[in-house]
Structures are given as structure tokens and as C-alpha cells.
Design a protein around this ligand. Structure first.
Ligand SMILES: CSC[C@H]1O[C@H](OP(=O)(O)O)[C@H](O)[C@@H]1O
Length: 367
């Protein structure tokens, strides 16, 4: 994505000046946005695990690519089965919900363990870059399929198309272009009259801090709203559709996404507002039977509920407590929206009603 005069992805390999022939991995530190732009260079799989766990790098497709690069960093130290297995286990344990991370680790390990140790390091960097490049192509395709949906909605109503989105499923959550925001960028770039309601998305505020920043950088009109305002706006005809991302989707179209998505889907159903989910096929878990029962929902630290970060008048970022000392807090990071509440799933292969997703999956080869 273009930031100022420069094109960026969210993750990329850089040559290690101190070690010719070695690479580091550069990421945008998403915990610094929107108040600071900070690039981190990672030198080891442990540093990648820490960055994923701290959500310096986040978003289902992006943590898949990050895990792939994490294995490339590990193979730079040693390419033995033991080293790679240990690295894979650490990466898988970093965040349990987004299936992309498991998908990327399994794909990398299938490739690497099948070849001689001497060839593994070079191939790891190549395969990680392939995963990153595929993500970009997938999201560009999601953008076009989603654009057609938005154009069909706009054809039915005069004036501005109001789209609500939850959390951040923009280019920051992927290698580039995003998933839920990809059709929005495509619509804006095509000259459509659109406006985006941006759910702040407590407790980490990925909407208020990341989606708002992305849309501002691109010039897309938006308003940040508190998470509880969406239902009211839908009741008053101010939302023409909802588009969200996903962290794991079952083959029948149950959607696991950031906490609060389910409540938006309920409000959308109650107000006949189309509810779209943008899903690259690596986010679909073909083995998943019962999403509510079987998807591991990450429980994140209680401090994410107790504390909030903000910019002081002096221009420094400080954390403040918003709950009484000694309070307990629960912090499930995701919830599951049943397929019955999903209007259409936007994939790189086209848009599908949940009931048609399984047939599509039968026709395409997993990547
Ligand atoms: C296209 S990103 C999908 C998904 O990932 C985000 O989770 P997190 O910010 O915790 O990494 C969020 O649920 C997005 O909708």
C-alpha cells in the first residue's frame, strides 16, 4: 500500500548487513500506530514469536506469512528436523485462533522436511516469499469480487454507500491490500461514493487505531464509532452493509472473527443489512466441524481490558487504567458468527452463500 510516496507491504525480508548471505525480517510495528510509524527488524524465530504474541504483527493472513518467515529465520540458525520442529511448535503456540498460522507452518514444514537439510534454508526463504506473494494476489481478487457486491448495492440506492466494518482487516492485517477493506479500497479507487463506519473494537482498538489510520492514509471517508453504536445506526437505515474479516471459517461458513463480530451480525440480521465476510481460502479450516465447540478462542491478558494507550498533549504515548484497581477482567479475543447470519462470503474465487461454500472447496485445490 502507498504511504506517502513509498509502497509498503507489512512484512519483507532484508539482507543482514552484519551477516552477508543472511536475512532479517522487517515488520511494521502495529502497536506503535496510529501515533508512530516504526519498522522492526527481526533476527530469530523467537523474536518473531514475541512479535506475533505482542501483536506487533497481527491479522490472520499476516501472522501466517509471519510464521513462514519465522521458520526461514529458524532455518538460518539450523535446518535440522529438531530445530524446525521446535520452531514450528513455538510459532503455533504464539496465537491459537487464526488458522492461517497453522496452515502456513504445515505448508512450510511439508516442504522443508521433505528435502535435504542443506537445501532447506534457501527454500524456506523462497516458500515464505511465495506465501506472501500469494496473499497479495488473493486479496486483490477479493477486492474485485467484493467491489461487484458494493456496486450492486450502490445501484439500488442513490447517494453514499455506508459500510460498517469491525476490527482491522485491512492491508495491515495481511501482506497487502487487506481482506474486508480490499473491496472498500477498490470501490474508493473506482470513484464510488462510500463512507465507512469504523468500530473502535475494544479492547485493543484495532479499528480506532489501525483501520482509521489506514482509511485516513488512503483518503477514504470514515467515522470512528464505539462498538455499541452499530445496532442503532442499522436501525436508523445508516448502514447499507457490513464487511468484516475472519480468523477461521468452517466449511459450512461459520465465521470466527474478532470479539464483537457476532453482535454486529445479530444486529445486521435484525435490520436486514447484508453481512459480508471477506475470506482468503487459507482462512478456511476444512477439518472444522463445529466452530463454536471446536475453535480455540484466544484468551488475552486482562490488562488489555484494564489499560488503554493514548497520545498525551505532550505528544507521548501513555497507558492509563480504566478500571478500579483490583478488578477482575475477562478478555476472549474472538467469537463465532453462525453461518445463518452470514449473507455472503467473499473469497478469491468469488462470492458464496455459506451453503455453497463446501461445493466451492471441493472444486479447488488447497494452496
Ligand atoms: C484479515 S485479518 C482477520 C482478523 O484478524 C484480526 O485479529 P487480530 O487483530 O487479533 O490479529 C481480526 O480478528 C481480523 O478481523
Amino acid at each position: 500500500m502507498k504511504i506517502g510516496q513509498q509502497l509498503f507491504r507489512t512484512i519483507w525480508p532484508v539482507t543482514d548487513a552484519a551477516l552477508p548471505g543472511h536475512y532479517q525480517v522487517a515488520i511494521i510495528d502495529q502497536t506503535a500506530l496510529p501515533h508512530a510509524w516504526r519498522i522492526l527488524t527481526l533476527n530469530s524465530v523467537q523474536q518473531m514469536v514475541d512479535a506475533i504474541r505482542k501483536m506487533q504483527v497481527r491479522g490472520a493472513p499476516l501472522i501466517g506469512a509471519a510464521a513462514a518467515y519465522g521458520l526461514a529465520l529458524a532455518s538460518q540458525q539450523s535446518s535440522t528436523d529438531e530445530t524446525l520442529q521446535a520452531a514450528a511448535s513455538s510459532l503455533l503456540a504464539s496465537r491459537p485462533t487464526a488458522v492461517n498460522l497453522r496452515w502456513a507452518v504445515e505448508r512450510m514444514m511439508r516442504e522443508l522436511l521433505a528435502m535435504p537439510e542443506a537445501l532447506r534454508c534457501a527454500h524456506a526463504w523462497l516458500e515464505a516469499s511465495r506465501i506472501a506473494d500469494e496473499d497479495v494476489r488473493i486479496n486483490q481478487s477479493i477486492a474485485q469480487h467484493g467491489l461487484a457486491l458494493l456496486q450492486a448495492l450502490a445501484a439500488e440506492k442513490p447517494g453514499c454507500l455506508n459500510i460498517l466494518t469491525h476490527c482491522n482487516a485491512g492491508w495491515l492485517a495481511t501482506v497487502d491490500w487487506g481482506t474486508a477493506l480490499a473491496p472498500i479500497y477498490a470501490a474508493f479507487d473506482a470513484g464510488m461514493d462510500i463512507h465507512v463506519w469504523v468500530d473502535e473494537t475494544r479492547p485493543r482498538n484495532q479499528g480506532a487505531s489501525l483501520t482509521a489510520w489506514e482509511l485516513q492514509q488512503h483518503g477514504v471517508p470514515y467515522k470512528v464509532i464505539c462498538d455499541n453504536a452499530g445496532g442503532h445506526l442499522m436501525q436508523h437505515g445508516q448502514v447499507d452493509c457490513v464487511i468484516v474479516g475472519a480468523d477461521r471459517v468452517s466449511r459450512v461458513g461459520d465465521v470466527c472473527n474478532k470479539i464483537g463480530t457476532y453482535l454486529k451480525a445479530l444486529a445486521a440480521a435484525d435490520n436486514q443489512v447484508p453481512f459480508y465476510v471477506a475470506v482468503p481460502t487459507p482462512t478456511i479450516d476444512r477439518q472444522l466441524e463445529d466452530a463454536i465447540r471446536d475453535i480455540p478462542i484466544e484468551e488475552r491478558p486482562a490488562d488489555e481490558v484494564h489499560m488503554m494507550a493514548g497520545l498525551t498533549s505532550a505528544g507521548t504515548v501513555e497507558y492509563v487504567r480504566v478500571t478500579p484497581e483490583g478488578s477482575a477482567a475477562a478478555n476472549p479475543a474472538f467469537d463465532v458468527t453462525p453461518a445463518r447470519l452470514v449473507t455472503s462470503i467473499i473469497t478469491e474465487h468469488g462470492c458464496y452463500a455459506p451453503k455453497d461454500l463446501h461445493d466451492m472447496l471441493q472444486r479447488i485445490d488447497p494452496i
